[in-house]
Ligand binder design. Structure first.
Ligand code: PLP
Length: 447
């Protein structure tokens, strides 16, 4: 039997209708280097989405490879309760220096969703232990995505992932989110005053007293189609959270580590959240690891003699995994050594200009929105009225398939096609990727 046949015999792939695999078989990846992944027949695909947004510096990066290999011969894993190790300690010291001010304590988990669970429990318990036991509810933004476990799904607000499970989920307060492409207040993004914040204010007035925390994806709502909103919205949130004693949880799982042109999306607003969840780019896309960062103030609410039962009794087997920590140290080393933010911001201007000049006039391109190297192309049926195609046509999926044929990995979010490449992508690679992208779109939607 071929590898594909054996795969389909036993493997149930994530986030897939397996029926689709009848017409589009899984691609067997043999190896990967830099921006390229290679299939069984050595056909290259440009991985322009960083393999689910995590691969930060290309595949098989020499520095990260080295750090993991060196760690492997010393210590592969050890219980992290009452034990520690130098790699985790080094990572913690370095990370705290670059995190937004005040985020001084780090709690380790092993994937993004579990970091979100941990953040929610931490916020809830903090309120309880600081004499606010009535603060039991959570708020989130429409279109938000925070992972797939039950708590994380509850604070997410995308029906595609959550609808069927509704009876299992917490009852969360949803706030109508900013939608700058279809802004109902007709504002330009550059001069926007975030009038849509009235929707947040309304929910805070109603439920602020009962709410433990609000969780948001800062600046970019990834799974909603890379919807981008201004830093001013974060500042307004910070103020209203302080007013109502609501903790602000930043899910920087996708935006962290340079994706938005600054180290963290919150850096654009110059403020700090109370709790921050990190994963994906944290290990350069190598190892499943996540971190929940928080303030001394929150940490101190859990710090008491054992019999007062205030500890955060939350754990994951692989918390503080040394191989993950070694990869993360490699990531921070690369940032410093190659001044990655400067380089990637330079490339970002180039990539955005290329995409604008190649696609902005296309009759089915409604908007190209950009922050850092993230560029999202919203495909619409009617540009003037910003009308989408019938979802049954699966236009995004059709373009995805054309992309694969052309050697480009462009996973769509509905009818939004996006670039979220490694931060060290070269200008030459950008040029090639844009060319393949235009070709793929034109094949499905001739201009
Ligand atoms: C990917 C993602 C998650 C979930 O992380 P997993 O490791 O897939 O569980 C949570 N929040 C955001 C913003 C993400 O992009």
């Amino acid at each position: 039997m071929s590898l594909v046949e054996l795969d389909l015999k036993h493997i149930w792939h994530p986030c897939s209708q397996m029926h689709d695999y009848e017409t589009l078989a899984p691609i067997v990846v043999k190896r990967a280097k830099g921006i390229y992944i290679y299939d069984e027949n050595d056909k290259p695909y440009m991985d322009i989405i960083s393999s689910w947004w995590c691969n930060l510096f290309g595949h098989s990066n020499e520095i990260i490879n080295e750090r993991i290999k060196a760690q492997l011969d010393i210590l592969e894993h050890v219980i992290f309760a009452n034990f520690t190790h130098e790699t985790a300690i080094n990572l913690a010291c370095k990370l705290v220096k670059i995190l937004p001010a005040g985020l001084n304590k780090l709690n380790f988990s092993d994937n993004g969703s579990s970091a979100v669970e941990s953040a929610l429990k931490m916020a809830f318990q903090y309120q309880y232990q600081t004499d606010k036991p009535h603060k039991t509810r959570f708020m989130c933004l429409d279109g938000g995505y925070h992972g797939e476990t039950i708590g994380a799904l509850s604070v997410g607000a995308l029906d595609l992932y959550a609808k069927i499970y509704k009876p299992m989920l917490m009852d969360v307060i949803r706030i109508k989110s900013p939608d700058c492409y279809r802004c109902e207040f007709n504002q330009m993004r550059c001069s926007c005053k975030c009038e849509c914040f009235v929707y947040a204010r309304r929910e805070f007035e109603r439920y602020g007293d009962k709410t433990a925390a609000i969780i948001i994806e800062p600046l970019v709502q990834g799974a909603a189609g890379m919807r981008i909103y201004p830093p001013l919205y974060l500042k307004k949130l910070r103020e209203i959270c302080d007013e109502y004693g609501v903790l602000l949880i930043a899910d920087e799982i996708a935006t962290g580590f340079g994706r938005t042109g600054k180290m963290f999306a919150f850096d654009h607003a110059g403020i700090s959240p109370d709790i921050m969840a990190l994963s994906k780019g944290l290990t350069g896309g190598y190892m499943p690891m996540s971190i929940v960062a928080t303030t001394d103030k929150i940490y101190n609410a859990f710090y008491a003699p054992y019999n007062e039962h205030k500890a955060f009794m939350h754990s994951h087997t692989y918390a503080g995994n040394p191989l993950g920590c070694a990869a993360a140290l490699g990531v921070l080393e690369i940032f410093a050594k190659f001044d990655i933010l400067t380089v990637s911001n330079n490339t970002a201007i180039y990539l955005n200009e290329l995409l604008n000049s190649a696609l902005l006039n296309h009759k089915n391109v409604g908007e190209i929105r950009q922050i850092g190297l993230i560029n999202a192309i919203e495909i619409v049926k009617d540009k003037k009225h910003k009308l989408s195609f019938d979802p049954k046509r699966r236009i995004g999926y059709e373009i995805y398939k054309a992309g694969l044929k052309n050697g480009l990995l462009l996973r769509p979010l509905g009818d939004v096609i996006y670039f979220n490449p490694p931060l060290n992508i070269t200008k030459y690679e950008c040029k090639r990727a844009v060319k393949l992208c235009v070709k793929s779109i034109d094949e499905i939607l001739p201009s």
